[in-house]
Design a protein around this ligand. Structure first.
Ligand code: ADP
Length: 595
């Protein structure tokens, strides 16, 4: 209940709908309660006294109230469902927006697939309950109260009996809900896990096939699939056992009551009409009370779902705008690290006391062994993560003092892992600046050396790139990504130099595109090529999270043994001296098809 209450704010805009739905429930309960007493009257004043007119009149009334009850039931479901759909729309929107704004730190740990499964299936569970279950519970409560009052008016002994028996049924239903709740949570977690396996597999299909790993994948899926099966069986066993038990309990109790009421008629404490009315009351309750178990299960499922929804909504946004965050005005691109330390996990710093200054338009190469902290330095500029000590300054302003959007709009990032979205090439190039004119798109593509291959595609810029851009070659995707960065015209650029092996010609095109991209911007390159470090204005050498040397290639070769090691073992000169001459369009086409 507590978790459900926390979802309450989402009902706010649908208060009116909920209010009318509740009115419909009240009306429905009243009409339901009227029918048994009318039936009793029909027996006493029509049947027992042989008064046909009275019988017809009361039957007509019963018919009228049954019709009204039908109308109220319709309104109750229709309005309730309407409100619930609205609430789930709001919830999906909020959850999705929250997932978007969660920081990198959160996404590092959470399985995104699981999050998405949360977002949709949990909201569905909740909608099911709020749209129907909640109103049914309210309805049931009203009916129980009404029946108790009606019985009290009739005969206190009958009322006392029902007050004893009905709560017993309710208690059983509640116990059942307590057992079933954790089971449903397990099932829902397992569904999410299965979704993650499927998503991972779809994303890594090429690797799976390349490694001939299909059987292992099937086995892996089968394990999770079987766990889901077991989870469902467990919860089904509980439901299957408890539902008839509850039914039996309510049948036995109606029978007990028939004995007691029959005895009261025999000793003339109540009339036969009252016996019929009493019985009719109980029949009205049997169904709902037996469904009580189902309602409880529904509530349990909804509670488990809201817990998980709240888990997402409660996840703190670690990297967020300060309340007084200002817009970052157009920058020159001067970058300064002041004694920066950074830790992904508290107490395990991956950068320690790093300080340096980079002047506008300079190109800086970050070099160091794998895990030395190059990516982390780059991550701090667009504030993907926050420093744990020290400051990162851009044009003298702490990145934490300015709004994230205004900062990130001016920092271009080109990663090794190129993600293209499903859509046209044009959509992908204009990702950061939708609606930009065709001329600008073409210029960006040309500068990125992507225009030629795009023109040769069947639909040019309107060619749809498949899921994750699978239909383009690696080299082509990289150039589209470069065009995407170019169109933003960022003053500050972060570049993870591509290490993937492409043929000499594609390599040459990519290098040319990158040089174009870097021109006139402050650039940080995570460098893997000798030619890149040679061209850099300065090189920062990282080792185990510390800045151990900095300078130009020549200076460092003389002064830094760490750099000499890196130079000898890590920097590649592949493609550096590629001769541009003698490569015709055919050869280029061939290389792109191959690449
Ligand atoms: P490089 O780019 O030089 O290979 P990184 O900056 O990626 O180095 O990594 C530095 C250290 O931080 C490594 O030990 C790595 O395991 C760790 N690390 C990097 N990213 C994360 C992350 N998202 N969460 C936790 N640890 C990380």
């Amino acid at each position: 209940m507590k978790t459900l209450l926390r979802i309450w704010p989402f009902f706010k805009s649908y208060r009116l709908l909920m209010f009318f739905a509740l009115l419909a429930v009240i009306a429905q309960s009243l009409f339901t309660l009227v029918v048994p007493s009318l039936t009793g009257l029909a027996v006493d004043q029509g049947v027992v006294t042989h008064n046909v007119n009275e019988l017809i009149f009361l039957s007509g009334l019963i018919l009228l109230f049954s019709f009204l009850r039908g109308m109220a039931t319709f309104l109750q479901f229709y309005l309730g469902e309407n409100a619930a759909q609205g609430v789930s729309y709001q919830l999906r929107k909020t959850v999705y927006a929250h997932i978007q704004s969660l920081s990198f730190g959160f996404h590092d740990q959470a399985q995104t697939g699981e999050l998405l499964a949360h977002g949709t299936s949990d909201v569905e569970q909740l909608r099911n309950f709020t749209g129907r279950g909640l109103l049914m519970i309210f309805n049931l409560t009203l009916l129980m109260l009404g029946v108790t009052v009606a019985l009290l008016k009739m005969d206190w002994r009958l009322a006392a009996l029902s007050v004893l028996i009905l709560p017993a049924i309710y208690w059983r239903a509640a116990r059942f809900s307590l057992t079933i709740r954790p089971m449903f949570r397990i099932v829902q977690d397992q569904i999410a896990r299965l979704a993650t396996v499927i998503q991972d597999n779809a994303a890594g299909m090429r690797v799976v096939k390349a490694f001939g790993h299909e059987q292992e994948e099937i086995a892996h899926f089968d394990k999770e699939n079987a766990a889901l099966y077991d989870g469902y069986l467990d919860s089904t066993r509980q439901t299957a056992f408890n539902t008839p038990l509850l039914q039996l309990m309510s049948n036995v109790s109606t029978l007990t009551m028939l004995w007691v009421a029959g005895y009261l008629v025999i000793v003339r404490a109540i009339t036969p009409g009252e016996l019929v009315a009493f019985y009719a009351y109980l029949l009205q309750l049997v169904g709902p009370v037996a469904r009580g178990g189902f309602l409880m299960a529904m509530a349990a499922r909804a509670a488990a779902s809201s817990e998980r929804i709240l888990e997402i909504l409660d996840a703190p946004i670690a990297v967020a705008n300060r309340d007084d965050a200002e817009q970052l005005p157009p920058i020159d691109g001067r970058v300064e690290f002041q004694d920066v330390s950074c830790a992904y996990h508290p107490g395990r710093p991956v950068l320690e006391h790093v300080s340096f200054v980079v002047e506008p338009d300079h190109m800086v190469a970050l070099v160091g062994a794998t895990g030395s902290g190059k990516t982390t330095v780059a991550n701090l500029l667009p504030r993907f993560y926050d420093v744990s000590e020290g400051r990162v300054l851009i044009d003298g302003r702490d990145v934490r003092d300015v709004s994230l959007t205004s900062l990130r709009k001016q920092v271009g990032v080109v990663m090794q892992e190129t993600t293209l979205f499903t859509g046209t090439i044009r959509d992908n190039i204009t990702f950061g600046r939708p609606g930009v004119d065709d001329d600008t798109i073409r210029r960006a593509a040309k500068a990125a050396r992507a225009d030629e291959f795009i023109d040769r595609l069947p639909d040019g810029y309107d060619t749809i790139v498949g899921e994750r851009g699978a239909s383009l070659s690696g080299g082509q995707k990289q150039r589209v990504a470069i065009a995407r960065a170019l169109i933003m015209d960022p003053r500050l650029l972060i570049l993870d130099e591509f290490t993937s092996a492409v043929d000499v010609e594609t390599e040459r095109l990519i290098r040319a595109a990158l040089l174009e991209l870097m021109r006139g911007r402050t650039t940080f390159v995570i460098a893997h090529r000798l030619s890149t470090v040679r061209a850099a204005d300065s090189i920062l050498v990282l080792a185990r999270g510390r800045l151990v040397a900095s300078g130009t290639h020549e200076q460092l070769l003389e002064t830094s043994p760490v750099y000499r090691d890196i130079h000898a073992s890590q920097l590649s000169s592949t493609g550096d001296d590629a001769e541009p001459g003698g490569v015709g369009p055919e050869a280029e086409l061939a290389s792109e098809v191959a690449g």
